[in-house]
Design a protein around this ligand. Structure first.
Ligand code: 13P
Ligand code: ZN
Length: 272
């Protein structure tokens, strides 16, 4: 059996292609990592190579020691993942201290690097692993969320309310809300630390004028979260572009009624 026929690889490649088809991944925009289960690592191990060299992560993440991650490569295009997975994605092994990684499969026979946002991804994984069975961290550049980051004040309450009150499913899909970061330099440890701090409270963090990070348990849930946030942002942009006064919206009383009916736990800090 080819490694690419394993369900985990199929699910990973499918998400990359779905994101490309949504238009969220111009050029090399966006990146995806997945923390593999023990069974998935065992299934993939016959395909692993020892050729990759150990590289420092720049941070110590002891709770990720010995984990294996599927990752997109830096500079790689989501558009090409489905055509040539082994050139565009790879599997990274974390060392026993949680301080270094090496590529054991893919990325041009371990020659290429994981995404430049690997520190952000791994620091988010580290936070999310402590909270439950989270496995997926997904960064995309969805156009309407980016557009909203020019029009709304950059705070979590304003963004969350704009999204919650625009589409009824939003409070059900992300009851804790979304975090927001001001513009920061991508690819470094500083933005990684700021994003992982937001991941303590939220499953989604908006990067102003850049994109979003989403965390989830499965490919479906994580893609679905990204899709729901972006769709609500799109409707909000349609409303703003219409130039018409907004006559009615979803009220806080209705948000509370949704909370009761769907037995969710809304973040009341974001109610008025
Ligand atoms: P990479 O090509 O390194 O994954 O970077 C893309 C990106 O979106 C940076 O934020
Ligand atoms: Zn990006």
């Amino acid at each position: 059996m080819d490694i690419l026929e394993l369900d985990v690889l199929k699910g990973y490649v499918r998400l990359c292609n779905d994101g490309w088809e949504q238009g969220w991944h111009e050029r090399n925009g966006g990146n995806l990592t997945y923390r593999m289960t023990r069974d998935e690592v065992s299934q993939c191990r016959p395909f692993f190579s020892e050729k990759g060299t150990w590289t420092s992560l720049g941070v110590a993440l002891p709770n990720l020691a010995g984990e294996y991650f599927l990752t997109t490569g830096t500079g790689k295009f989501f558009r090409n993942v489905i055509l040539a997975p082994e050139q565009n994605i790879g599997i990274a092994e974390i060392d026993k201290a949680g301080e270094s990684y090496r590529i054991v499969w893919g990325l041009n026979c371990c020659a290429d690097l994981p995404t430049s946002e690997f520190p952000s991804h791994l620091m988010n994984h580290s936070v999310k692993k402590k909270q439950g069975n989270y496995r997926v961290i997904y960064h995309a550049h969805p156009q309407n969320v980016i557009a909203l980051s020019f029009l709304l004040p950059l705070d979590a309450k304003t963004f969350t309310r704009a999204l919650w009150t625009t589409m009824t499913e939003c409070p059900i899909v992300f009851p804790r809300g979304v975090g927001v970061l001001p513009w920061m330099m991508p690819g470094g440890v500083e933005i990684a630390r700021a994003t992982s701090a937001l991941m303590e409270d939220y499953d989604a963090a908006v990067w102003a004028h850049h994109g979003i990070f989403c965390a989830g348990e499965t490919f479906d849930l994580t893609f679905g979260l990204m899709h729901t946030i972006e769709k609500s942002a799109q409707i909000r942009m349609l409303l703003l572009q219409s130039g018409q006064p907004i006559l009615q919206t979803i009220t806080d009383e209705q948000l509370l009624a949704i909370e009761k009916d769907f037995r969710i736990s809304l973040n009341h800090a974001f109610l008025n």
